[in-house]
Design a protein around this ligand. Structure first.
Ligand code: ITT
Length: 187
């Protein structure tokens, strides 16, 4: 089993990442450092910046991950501001913004940034297209899970339970990372 440091303050995220990486024989050690999040339109730049600073600070390779929900009809909002919007107006507020809006398409984007101290971060992206549900449904999820229905399923992430980890934006990004990690013989 290979262990990689993972900086996050969200235990549900860490739990998902563990389950996604299990079949690659990789585990994560959660590092309790505050992610330094610059304000930027690009979650890729946010994740990469944070990984570079934190790898240097802890003195060993580390992974950070940044996720955003991009809603077409809102021109990509909340996107890089997803955590702030969730904390402030919440799911209710987002559903209110979407009241009477016909085009409910949205994309969940996850960027994983891996960095070794003193080197440039390497990023891996996962994207899932879907729709914003008319109302919150399901009790398994967290964050925006109850209002996001991935294309091809009539369920929200919060109704899918652990099956979310088979198809999610996070699964795609971390599988790309794991394949690279193994191929580049860091294991
Ligand atoms: P970190 O400490 O890792 O940053 P976080 O929860 O703040 O944890 P993000 O900034 O990446 O993570 O997430 C932005 C927002 O999107 C935040 O409100 C999350 O709850 C939500 N989110 C992230 N991934 C999600 C997922 O898979 N399903 C539902 N909501 C998600």
């Amino acid at each position: 089993m290979h262990i990689v440091a993972f900086a996050t303050g969200n235990p549900r995220k860490a739990e998902e990442v563990r389950s996604i990486l299990r079949s690659y024989d990789i585990d994560v050690e959660v590092v309790k450092v505050r992610k330094i999040e610059i304000q930027d339109d690009s979650i890729e730049r946010i994740a990469a910046f944070s990984a570079r600073i934190l790898a240097r600070r802890i003195g060993k390779p580390l992974v950070v991950e940044d996720t955003g929900l991009f809603i077409d009809a809102l021109k990509g909002f909340p996107g890089p501001y997803s955590a702030y919007v969730y904390r402030t107006i919440g799911l209710k507020g987002v559903l209110k913004l979407m009241e009477g809006v016909e085009d409910r398409h949205a994309t969940f984007v996850c960027v994983v940034a891996y960095c070794e101290p003193g080197y440039r971060p390497i990023v891996f992206e996962g994207r899932v297209r879907g729709r914003i549900a008319d109302e919150a449904r399901g009790s398994f999820g967290w964050g925006y899970d109850p209002i996001f229905e991935p294309d091809g399923y009539n369920k929200t992430y919060a109704e899918m339970g652990v099956y979310k980890n088979e198809v999610s934006h996070r699964a795609e990004a971390f599988r790309k990372f794991a394949n690279w990690y193994i191929e580049s013989k860091r294991v």
